[in-house]
Design a protein around this ligand. Sequence first.
Ligand SMILES: *[C@@H]1O[C@H](CO)[C@@H](O)[C@H](O)[C@H]1NC(C)=O
Ligand SMILES: *[C@@H]1O[C@H](CO)[C@@H](O)[C@H](O)[C@H]1NC(C)=O
Length: 425
Amino acid sequence: MASTKRRRRRRPECRPLVAAVAVFALLLLLLPAPGAEAAAAHYGVQRHLDRINKPAVRSIQSADGDMIDCVPSHKQRALDHPLLANHTIQTPPPLSLMPASSLVYRQQQSSRRAWQTWHHAGHCPRGTVAVRRTTAADVLRAGSLTRFGRKKKQRRPLPPDVATGNGHEHAIAYTASEVYGARATISVWAPAIEEANGFSLSQLWILSGSFNGSDLNSIEAGWQVSPELYGDSRPRLFTYWTSDAYEATGCYNALCPGFVQTSSRIAIGASISPVSSVGGPQYDMTLLVWKDPKLGNWWLSYGDGAGGGLVGYWPAELFTHLSDHATMVEWGGEVVDTRSGGTHTATQMGSGRFAAEGFGRAAYFRNLETVDADNSLAAVPLDAIQTLAEDAGCYDVRKAYDDGRGGWGAHFYYGGPGHNPESCP
Ligand SMILES: *[C@@H]1O[C@H](CO)[C@@H](O)[C@H](O)[C@H]1NC(C)=O
Ligand SMILES: *[C@@H]1O[C@H](CO)[C@@H](O)[C@H](O)[C@H]1NC(C)=O
């Protein structure tokens, strides 16, 4: 009703516009063919965008340049996945069924909370999910529709005792045991990226399956700086999943169907602010991923206490090995080094400083915990955590326990500058 009325009222002023469009269309027809290929490409991009961006009931322009669409939750992209054809969106489990922590978290004097930039500009109504709108420029930067939002094939989480040698470099901590989730508080930085297709990310990996086979299941979440994916150098909340070792399944965020979002407050892919600075305030965010013991879905929560909330879940239907439990958790940083200039990349990891610089200068993960079979969070003992850095002259990692900070439990510092004449040629 309302829309017919609006259309009727607008029609008279549209007439000159319609005429202009008709003239323009005629001109296009008269033009020779060269534009045809570009037009076809444009048409392909537009169709792809139509699949990704679902119609919104409200859109919010964020100061960082993003448009956040409030999409009715039952129309979200996740449900386009063939395995979710009969999926019913789950209501978030009540607080009482979330894994409980034995640690008492004190509000840290030394670190503050980072949050999502777009919250300053508005909020999405109940019943919708907040989704960062994908633009044509986002897709065009990827160079190909099929590559957009996916990881390059060789990008696998490394088997902890084998160097991968595929250009992806890590500085991580990990623990191998039967787990049902993991949690950590991660400092937020905006590392410099040298190449347009480079990235730097800080995340947790929840893994099951074999590293050498094609059945590795991985659930991933954290922050990433990726000029290719987002067109800027801000850190952004991201999710990822694969059920076949990064071959045919999986992608970032909602760029392919799969991750079911339940939050109208937290937009995956949206930028996080403020960002920590060397010698200045430290800002961090808490991520918890855990398996609903009854239904087998893997939930993600972002933040804790007051500001925190459930973001959504990876449905049990998506996975094979992870439908039971995870066998390894990894926390830490990853960059890609293509040696494009003949030297190691100068892309930074974390703050761009080595682990030894410690609090206030190096990036950290604190309060490392895993979820047990009885759905409770347990602090990971320091000696159950191993660390790995493929090239410690470029990026390194150093684990610690409390070190006088009080309440940090098992934690580690990690990162580095990448290329430098002393240790990373
Ligand atoms: C959904 O339900 C239909 C009808 O019961 C069934 O044929 C189909 O296999 C189901 N799809 C999935 C992915 O479970
Ligand atoms: C993978 O490695 C394990 C031991 O590390 C081995 O037992 C298994 O056969 C390997 N699988 C494949 C497909 O290579």
